[in-house]
Write a protein that binds this ligand. Structure first.
Ligand code: NAG
Ligand code: NAG
Ligand code: NAG
Ligand code: NAG
Ligand code: NAG
Length: 375
């Protein structure tokens, strides 16, 4: 397998044509620009492997995550939910007019996409191009690699996808881009957290694929890239984005991601992740940790069924099991001003997309300097 990490130190500095922000401001008082953040979406058109094949491996490690029984049973519901949340996102986008979206991975369940494969190309169209084809969603999408993506050829997403749909941007498995408009600037550093997860290096893990073995060996390169990008930055806001959480209500990665979290804390960056299939807000000191894993199937257990978990929890979007244990599908929008960032959680209320898109279900204002308590 080609080691794509050798070609990864790409810094994209894109100047995206500015739209005129509408005169009637929808959300924050007077945002310089708005950005969407979301992840864990790609369920549509997945066809799990034949059960008879999966049965061959029932007593050992299954060869592919396509045999995961939970994913198999969730598939139909998940595909419906993905489309409903896409429609919801489009209706919010019509009003708040985001400049772009930042994504946090798990783009194609259950085993990513493969190169030179007609089925994978059809899936790319079904689960991405034709799901998010509303005109209001026609902006750049800055993508990230998740654990399901590494089970396919990562090069599909880093090298081929943008040729099939120009909105898709992921020049390599880790990269940065920045944006400035109306006097406010922000830096976004996307990295591949899969390379840091120690259990993925175990022989018993379906995620122990050549890609993840290789990139674990050179994970220091990613740390140095993040460190350098943060040290160089003079942006008003700095974000570090990845699939896996540092803080979570279901499984922390505080140990595996410790070195990256130290950089996030030291530079007062804002961390954005997915992996947990719900939405939440956590904090450590004055730094926000935004969970936005609600674009596909939602799983309330990932948000501890809405029961506050640990002193790092600020907000969980899931109802308690006794109330039916639901977690709403949704995404986050961020309104940037020079002095503060308004983080809005948009959660879809069942099928009532019109009602839910009127206002965010929760908003929090964090200061640009991240030097005081905001929660
Ligand atoms: C896909 O096809 C191209 C062109 O034939 C080839 O260079 C490449 O190695 C193939 N990739 C995979 C993963 O099979
Ligand atoms: C989006 O794609 C779907 C599936 O191909 C199609 O039914 C729908 O009409 C398209 N919507 C737009 C706005 O193009
Ligand atoms: C940081 O700046 C140095 C010196 O200009 C440059 O060589 C390096 O590539 C920059 N790092 C990143 C991640 O952009
Ligand atoms: C995450 O770490 C915190 C702090 O060490 C701990 O209180 C919490 O129990 C951990 N969460 C999980 C799901 O293990
Ligand atoms: C949680 O509380 C402990 C004890 O007060 C403190 O040391 C720790 O920093 C807190 N953690 C967070 C994430 O705020």
């Amino acid at each position: 397998m080609k080691n794509i990490l050798l070609t990864t130190s790409v810094t994209l500095s894109l100047c995206i044509a500015a739209f005129a922000y509408p005169a009637a401001k929808y959300n924050a008082a007077n945002p310089a620009f708005t950005v969407f953040a979301g992840g864990d979406f790609g369920w549509k058109n997945w066809q799990p492997l034949d059960q008879r094949y999966c049965d061959l491996f029932n007593n050992g490690v299954q060869p592919l995550n396509d045999c995961d029984s939970g994913d198999r049973s969730a598939h139909a519901t998940a595909s419906t939910e993905q489309q409903l949340t896409a429609n919801f996102m489009a209706s919010v986008a019509e009003k708040v007019k985001p400049s772009f979206l930042v994504n946090v991975g798990d783009n194609f369940y259950s085993s990513g996409l493969k190169l030179n494969d007609t089925f994978s190309i059809n899936r790319f169209y079904a689960a991405y191009v034709d799901t998010y084809n509303h005109s209001s969603l026609n902006f750049p999408w800055y993508m990230t690699i998740g654990n399901h993506d590494i089970l396919g050829d990562v090069e599909f997403e880093t090298e081929l996808a943008h040729k099939l749909d120009a909105r898709w941007i992921m020049p390599s498995s880790y990269y940065s881009h920045d944006f400035q408009q109306n006097g406010v600037s922000a830096l976004f550093i996307h990295y591949d957290s899969d390379c840091f997860i120690s259990k993925y290096q175990k022989d018993s893990s379906v995620y122990k694929v050549p890609y993840v073995v290789d990139c674990n060996r050179v994970k220091e390169d990613q740390i140095q890239f993040i460190k350098s990008a943060l040290s160089n930055s003079t942006h008003d806001y700095k974000f570090v984005l990845a699939h896996h959480p540092v803080w979570s209500s279901s499984a922390n990665y505080t140990t595996d991601l410790a070195e990256i979290n130290d950089l996030v804390q030291q530079h007062k960056a804002i961390y954005i992740n997915g992996h947990d299939h719900c939405m939440a807000l956590y904090q450590q000191n004055d730094v926000p940790y935004i969970l936005t894993g609600g674009m596909g199937l939602t799983e309330p257990g990932d948000c501890n069924n809405g029961v506050r978990f640990g002193n790092f929890t600020v907000k969980l979007f899931a109802s308690q099991a006794k109330q039916g244990g639901q977690a709403p599908g949704g995404f986050v929008s961020m309104d940037f001003t020079k002095s503060e960032l308004v983080v809005n959680y948009w959660t879809r209320d069942g099928n009532n997309i019109k009602q839910a898109s009127k206002k965010p279900s929760y908003s929090v204002t964090v200061p640009a300097a991240l030097d005081k308590q905001w929660w």
